[in-house]
Design a binder for this molecule. Structure first.
Ligand code: SF4
Length: 235
């Protein structure tokens, strides 16, 4: 019977592979990415920009924007405004200028000003701490909401971007066609102790090791347990 796209993957029958052990996978991942640049939101957190509002703003800016650019833009913006009140007080043109380099600066500026006004007016200046409250803001989808909850509030939330989606599906740990479905599967199957950490580890792992094209399987520390689903060419 075909496996529905939202179910945990049955690992393909590969007799040359160890069973996939998620604890061992995370142990190896921590070592593999220790010297790689951190995922943008975790880098911002470690630089002192870890409030829920800063994480919400940073992850919205990061949409379709390279991590290096996101970091530079966020540092510039947070030097001027790092609270909903300060952001709401900015003129849209000034915010567009501060967002220079990020993709879609005009719509992002409009969304940031609108959500800042709403946080001040309707939430007493406090960022909502539920997925529903966060995704009610224009421009905020499940990934941004999860990053805000996970990194900003330290709440268990699985933030699935292209890297988390691609890598967990290659492992054979998930069989899903879209990041939203991967998030649903991981919320059911991944032990909660890894919900925040999975994004922190798999973003650099996916950028530098399990890359979109020709992943570095031959030197990958997870090779012995990874099913390499869909990998047709690798280094
Ligand atoms: S073995 Fe290859 S496909 Fe599997 S995690 Fe490593 S780099 Fe990715």
């Amino acid at each position: 019977m075909p496996v529905p796209a939202t179910h945990a993957a049955p690992a393909p029958r590969r007799t040359d592979k160890e069973p996939f052990d998620v604890d061992e996978a995370f142990r190896r991942l921590r070592i593999a990415v220790a010297d790689l640049p951190k995922a943008a939101m975790f880098e911002l957190r470690d630089e002192g920009y870890g409030s829920p509002f800063e994480q919400l703003v940073g992850s919205l800016i990061s949409a379709r924007t390279r991590d290096e650019t996101t970091l530079a833009v966020c540092r510039r913006l947070f030097a001027v405004a790092r609270t909903p009140e300060a952001m709401a007080a900015l003129h849209e043109a000034e915010l567009v200028r501060l967002l220079n380099g990020a993709t879609f600066p005009e719509p992002k500026a409009r969304d940031l000003i609108a959500l800042s006004h709403r946080i001040v007016a309707k939430h007493g200046g406090r960022v909502p701490d539920t997925p529903e409250g966060l995704t009610a803001f224009r421009g905020v989808g499940p990934k941004i909401a999860a990053l805000t909850l996970a990194v900003g509030y330290g709440r268990p939330a699985v933030a699935v971007d292209v890297h988390v989606h691609r890598v967990t599906n290659r492992w054979g740990y998930v069989a899903a066609t879209a990041p939203e479905r991967t998030m649903e599967v991981l919320e059911r199957t991944l032990p909660e102790r890894y919900w925040i950490e999975i994004n922190e580890r798999l973003v650099p792992f996916g950028k530098w090791i399990c890359t979109g094209e020709r992943p570095k399987c031959s030197t990958c520390p997870l090779l012995s347990m990874c099913r390499q689903v869909g990998v047709t060419s690798h280094r």
